[in-house]
Design a protein around this ligand. Structure first.
Ligand SMILES: [Zn+2]
Ligand SMILES: [Zn+2]
Length: 362
């Protein structure tokens, strides 16, 4: 697993990486800042990243590698994203983290791999400014002579206004702004924590190492397909999608709501009831639109709907379509909305349930 951490200035990227190292056995990877044509490094992020490069030599990093065992090679600093990725690919079952995602080109390279997750960290600017002041005050107290890392850093902001200008440049600069990275993150953390313990507790709740973050469970996978089907809905009242899955987890059919074949799409005026703007549930008897579940079941046909089939729907399925009493049959419906019908215990994320029915009225 490779976690990339990006975010705004002083939002806490290195702290997040440090948490992963300390609590989840991650190891830091470092990617040098690409050189621009005049031979100087672009102004990336000075203070926080300099901490990360220091940590390569300090704080027991080498000891961690020794503990990790023989599979870990010695070097963990890279000059290109491809080299870094090639390295991690060999050892992807170990846990790696980097805060050195300098631009979208690096992100594009890392995003090729299914074991990569991008986490963004942000915080209100006043909080970031206070962290910035605290960090600068600590570093000025701790060493009178500048370290090699800090000597290469751009000038530090001396006022809130300067800090905001630096922060804006870091976020929005056309060439190297990190906003495009943040927008592509799959996990976004707003770090307003006032203490390390609070931040670590928040990170613990995020469960960043959950394998489902890399590969969804079957339930979440089929629910995603149902949500995708909903995008083809032509009903103007609500977009609903549905997937009917047979035993051995094979998709039997999909469906979405809208007017029947041969009738003008609901969104184009095909259903007078939907277009009249009446409240939810009003005049349903006059609605021409078929539900997503109905369409999926019609598409499948009676012969293909076997015992043990599962209906995934991104809203609440119609009970009368599912809850039929027939001895020996079980059909299971998964609801994204978390609404529950019949018996069963919903799983953690999708709100699935088991219904005591075997066939559906078509
Ligand atoms: Zn409609
Ligand atoms: Zn309608």
């Amino acid at each position: 697993m490779l976690l990339g951490v990006c975010g705004s200035k002083c939002a806490g990227k290195s702290t997040v990486a440090q948490y992963l190292v300390e609590h989840h056995g991650f190891q830091r990877l470092h990617l040098s800042v690409p050189r621009v044509s005049n031979g100087t490094a672009p102004a990336s992020e000075p203070a926080e990243e300099s901490v990360s490069s220091d940590s390569l030599q300090n704080d027991g990093f080498a000891n961690q590698l020794a503990v990790r065992g023989k599979a870990s090679p010695p070097a963990h600093s890279f000059t290109s994203a491809t080299d870094l990725l090639d390295f991690v690919t060999k050892y992807w079952r170990s846990r790696w983290v980097t805060t050195d995602i300098h631009d979208e080109a690096v992100l594009d390279v890392l995003s090729r791999r299914p074991f990569f997750i991008l986490v963004s960290v942000d915080a209100p600017i006043v909080i970031r400014w206070r962290r910035y002041q605290a960090r600068n005050s600590n570093s000025s107290h701790s060493s009178s002579s500048s370290s090699p890392a800090s000597s290469s850093s751009p000038p530090t902001a001396s006022s809130l206004e300067e800090f905001i200008a630096e922060s804006d440049d870091h976020l929005y600069s056309g060439a190297s702004g990190v906003l495009p990275l943040i927008s592509r993150a799959t996990v976004r953390l707003l770090n307003t924590s006032s203490s390390l313990a609070h931040l670590y507790a928040t990170l613990g709740k995020l469960d960043l190492t959950n394998p489902e973050r890399l590969r969804p469970s079957w339930d979440n996978y089929f629910m995603s397909l149902a949500s995708l089907a909903a995008q083809r809905s032509n009903c103007m009242k609500r977009a609903v999608g549905c997937v009917l899955v047979g035993r051995e987890r094979r998709v039997i059919s999909t469906g979405y709501n809208g007017t029947p074949r041969g009738i003008r799409n609901c969104g184009e005026g095909g259903c007078a009831r939907c277009n009249a703007g009446m409240g939810s549930g009003a005049a349903l008897a006059t609605c021409l639109c078929l539900h997503a579940e109905e369409n999926a079941l019609l598409e499948a046909g009676r012969e293909r709907i076997r015992d043990g089939s599962v209906l995934y729907c991104n809203t609440c399925p119609l009970p009368h379509l599912l809850h039929q009493d027939r001895p020996g049959g079980h059909q299971r419906g998964c609801l994204q909305s978390g609404l529950q019908h019949g018996r069963g215990r919903p799983p953690r994320s999708s709100g699935a349930l088991v219904l005591s029915s075997g066939s559906s009225r078509l």
